[in-house]
Design a binder for this molecule. Structure first.
Ligand code: SF4
Ligand code: SF4
Length: 85
């Protein structure tokens, strides 16, 4: 199984929220639940900085699509793919 880990460069991120609203998984969760929170989102902004949320065993976790990376005006997001047995 592949796990995608996002890294946000906190020196570059200025909290614009573009990554959060562009993430297709976040969008699906928002449509389903009508809100985004730590429980259902894969990426959120808090205190002016974006942060990824990964939870083992959760139905939805980042699938590595790269949309947030492309959209970020500050080029603050990197992604790492980790294989888990
Ligand atoms: S799009 Fe980039 S600058 Fe904007 S909140 Fe996300 S990581 Fe930060
Ligand atoms: S890589 Fe795709 S699924 Fe993962 S946080 Fe970014 S936009 Fe969402």
């Amino acid at each position: 199984m592949q796990i995608y880990k996002l890294k946000v460069n906190t020196n570059r991120c200025f909290g614009c929220n573009d990554c959060v609203v562009s993430c297709p998984l976040n969008f699906n969760q928002l449509r389903k639940d009508s809100y985004l929170s730590q429980e259902n989102a894969v990426l959120l902004v808090k205190n002016g900085v974006a942060y990824p949320i990964y939870k083992e065993g959760r139905e939805v976790n980042c699938d590595g699509c790269g949309v947030c990376i492309e959209i970020c005006p500050a080029r603050a997001i990197q992604i790492e793919c980790v294989e888990e047995v």
